[in-house]
Design a protein around this ligand. Structure first.
Ligand code: AMP
Length: 278
């Protein structure tokens, strides 16, 4: 496995890879969720590139950019084990050199959900992902369903800008108690870690209600809120029952729905989701 930093090094190493090339973008501090993306890319592509970049432009003021966990040596071990060929670890200066002033913005689907609470977040995500695509020129790119809105936004960007890349969405990898794996789980102490399982319990309660025939979106949101309210260490940011394509809140679920939430546990802001129906 080769590791590169500059764009020149990346381009030279990328040119040597067999195609199709699969890209796995990450912010590092890798866990089995990230590794599942790398393994899927390894199974489906002749060349596999992973990137590790804590992208400053997708963090808002007061968010956790400075404290975001990092462990490059361990990340490189995990990626090598997963069979990755090439790792690109650009610095902020490589990504955003002096004079940088060009941004990619996706409109409607970036507005609700995370967009309301994290203004500017998706502009940072789409801009950096566009740059990762331009640098690596992958035929496929692997993203986790864990970040459901990010997937919708990136699919929209790729379609709208005619990017010649297939977006592959991989299932959320969970801890045994259902907590979605996340680099941010490292912020939790033991009591908070236990409390954090409430997110998945809330999602499964709503999924059970849906399976039992509930189609009223307000009622499904209520199911989630009722479970979240039982956990004193959890503070709800939002719960949502939205159209999986437009991300607009629904009144009645006709077919499929994206059930999602953001919940503070201690200083960690945790997000999770499941899709029901269809
Ligand atoms: P991050 O490093 O948090 O930016 O995540 C990098 C990629 O890994 C994104 O496509 C995430 O959606 C994906 N990812 C993060 N956590 C998980 C998980 N628990 N299961 C599956 N994919 C994940």
């Amino acid at each position: 496995m080769k590791t590169v930093t500059t764009l020149g090094e990346l381009r030279a190493a990328r040119a040597e890879l067999p195609e199709p090339v699969g890209l796995v973008p990450t912010m590092g501090y890798l866990h089995p969720g990230h590794v599942s993306l790398a393994r899927r890319a390894r199974a489906e592509c002749a060349g596999v590139v992973a990137t590790i970049f804590v992208n400053p432009t997708q963090f808002g003021p007061g968010e956790d950019l400075e404290n975001y966990p990092r462990d490059l040596p361990r990340d490189l071990e995990l990626l090598a084990e997963a069979g990755v060929d090439l790792v690109w670890t650009p610095t902020p200066e490589v990504m955003y050199p002096p004079g940088f002033q060009t941004w990619v913005t996706v409109e409607a689907v970036t507005q609700p959900l995370e967009g309301v609470r994290r203004p500017g977040h998706f502009r940072g995500v789409t801009t950096v992902v566009a740059k990762l695509f331009n640098g690596v020129q992958p035929q496929r790119a692997y993203f986790g369903q864990k970040d459901a809105q990010q997937v919708v936004v990136i699919q929209r960007m790729a379609r709208d800008l005619d990017m010649p890349v297939e977006i592959v969405v991989c299932p959320t990898v969970r801890e045994p108690d259902g907590l979605a794996m996340s680099s941010r789980n490292s912020y939790l102490d033991a009591a908070q870690r236990e409390a954090a399982a409430v997110l998945y319990r809330a999602l499964t309660a709503a999924r059970d209600a849906f399976a039992a025939g509930e189609r009223d979106a307000a009622q499904l949101r209520q199911e989630m809120n009722d479970v979240l309210d039982t956990e004193p260490l959890a503070r709800v940011d939002y719960v949502s029952c939205a159209d999986p394509e437009t991300l607009q809140e629904m009144e009645t679920v006709a077919d499929r729905a994206l059930l999602s939430m953001a919940v503070f546990v201690g200083k960690a802001r945790l997000i999770d989701n499941i899709i029901v129906g269809g």
